[in-house]
Design a protein around this ligand. Structure first.
Ligand code: GCU
Length: 510
């Protein structure tokens, strides 16, 4: 027992509290595997029996292995798997058939081949409201709560997972508010500052402490008798300009009577290969590497978002039936995965999500399947790597061999409203993201929306014929919405379109 305690202390395994160190016999737990990014990738390649993987392509158009940007070569297999045909070739003719047969088939294939399955034994999360602060955002009084989700790690105490998030709601709301959950870095918008009186107490105590530490400092304070080392941050700006479409996303949401929650993905699962034996994936696997069907980081982040929604269901300030999920880029992918697999999310704003997000996997334009197979495979199920295999035990596969595609992910969201957002390459929302490949998926997914009695973009579902509209065109009339703004790699310029659209589709009163 002594030896194992010493080991834990020496190795500095962050997973244990002091009390646990004393009580636990660590030798009963396998040590967590420590991989470099390359080792984790190589391990999966070996598990899958892939001998040669096609290399990822370069986003630099001048590079010898430049990505394809020639539209005439972008659709090597233009026929998408049909959303409304079952695996055994039957036409889906009723909603029951959709919910009972076809949708589960799509879930199964998307989990197995693309994003990974949720393990059966994921431990529970205990939520702790750590700090409640009353603040102002511009002129709006708000309540901000830091909430930590402690994941039960009794099955493997060597790994700790504490989900970190901050919920912000307008303080003067008449009832529970809709909330947009966003993947990002949680922080208090404007921590409340001590009053003048309290500041005086803090300052005199602080000065005393410093002088006690170094008596020579007294001479300095005597030289500047009016100086106060602890100062207040500026208070709320009641003269701030009224909120407009140019205001920060958070201010626009609050002004519209929404709350928002920022959840830190890295507190759930690290954004790299090496972290795959840690975080929630590592905790469930007891520190061991993934198997090919296991969940990847996107699914893990989405799982965390669903747990955050569990918390919101218990918070009386929140209308938990009207919680949306938002993210940009890799977090746009995570927002799509969240919305597709967790039916309790009411809506989604999916920003510049590219490959692994709303863009069709089988499109060859900018980022390709090979990029995710050879690069950030930890985002996906290990199995996804098969589609980049040139030589393997199972032969050669590419994106065209995928039994499902991103239009199916949108179909899993149906009939719940989804807003797909992009910017423009000229402003930094790179061509690499293949905006058009996402537009095609949205067009194709319209079939599922209409089948379930919802509305799509209002054009046909012929994804090979429909032209992507010029940027700044509003396609916001349906439950599926599309808008490419004239900004960069962000969804902020679309927030002023998202909010009224979401209010309409969620039936919020003005
Ligand atoms: C890279 C990657 C994209 C990803 C993006 C991001 O560009 O190829 O798939 O969306 O990073 O998340 O910033």
């Amino acid at each position: 027992m002594k030896k194992s305690i010493l080991c834990a202390l020496l190795l500095g395994l962050g997973g244990l509290t002091k009390a646990q160190n004393i009580q636990l016999d660590l030798s009963q737990y396998p040590s967590p595997v420590t991989f470099t990014n390359e080792q984790d990738h190589a391990n999966m390649q070996q598990q899958l029996g892939i001998k040669v993987l096609r290399p990822g392509i370069s986003g630099n158009e001048a590079a010898p292995n430049a990505a394809n940007y020639d539209e005439s070569k972008a659709n090597p297999c233009p026929e998408l798997p049909d959303i409304l045909t079952t695996n055994d070739g039957r036409r889906v003719i009723s909603e029951d058939m959709w919910w009972e047969t076809r949708r589960p088939e799509l879930v199964d294939a998307l989990e197995r081949e693309v994003y990974g399955k949720l393990p059966e034994n994921i431990p529970s999360v205990k939520w702790e409201v750590k700090i409640i602060d009353r603040e102002f955002v511009a002129r709006t009084p708000i309540i901000a709560k830091q909430i930590i989700g402690h994941v039960d790690n009794s099955s493997y105490p060597l790994i700790n997972v504490d989900i970190n998030m901050i919920l912000v709601v307008p303080a003067n709301a008449k009832g529970p508010v809709p909330v947009l959950m966003m993947f990002g870095r949680p922080s208090f918008p404007a921590p409340a500052q001590p009053s003048g009186e309290d500041m005086e107490i803090l300052n005199s105590s602080f000065k005393e402490m410093m002088i006690k530490n170094d008596p020579s400092i007294k001479a300095i304070f005597d030289k500047y008798p009016a100086y106060t080392p602890v100062t207040r941050l500026p208070g709320p700006n009641f003269f701030a300009p009224p909120v407009s479409g140019d205001s920060p996303t958070t201010e626009q949401l609050l002004a519209a009577g929404w709350g928002y929650l920022t959840i830190d993905p890295s507190s759930i699962q690290a954004d790299n290969h090496a972290g795959i034996t840690r975080g929630i994936i590592g905790l469930v696997n007891k520190g061991q590497p993934r198997s090919p069907e296991d969940w990847g980081a996107l699914r893990a982040w989405a799982w965390g978002a669903a747990r955050a929604l569990d918390y919101l269901e218990t918070d009386s300030l929140v209308d938990s039936k009207k919680v949306g999920i938002e993210g940009v880029s890799r977090y746009g992918k995570a927002a799509l995965v969240t919305m597709a697999f967790e039916p309790r999310f009411a809506t989604a704003l999916i920003g510049s999500s590219g490959k692994g997000g709303t863009t069709l996997h089988r499109r060859v334009f900018g980022e390709a399947v090979e990029s995710l197979a050879g690069g950030e495979n930890y985002w996906m199920a290990g199995n996804y790597m098969k589609y980049g295999a040139e030589k393997s035990e199972f032969g050669r596969l590419d994106g065209c061999d995928l039994p499902v595609d991103s239009h199916d992910m949108l179909a899993l969201c149906a009939p719940r409203p989804v807003f797909v957002s992009y910017g423009i390459p000229e402003k930094g929302d790179a061509k690499w993201l293949d905006q058009k490949g996402s537009y095609m998926a949205v067009i194709a997914a319209g079939t599922a929306y209409k089948f379930l009695g919802a509305t799509d973009l209002g054009v046909s579902n012929d994804y090979m014929k429909e032209e992507m509209p010029p940027y700044n065109t509003d396609m916001l009339e349906g439950d599926l919405a599309w808008r490419q703004h004239d900004g960069g790699h962000t969804d902020a310029p679309n927030m002023q379109y998202f909010i009224p659209w979401a209010n309409r589709v969620l039936g919020n009163e003005k």
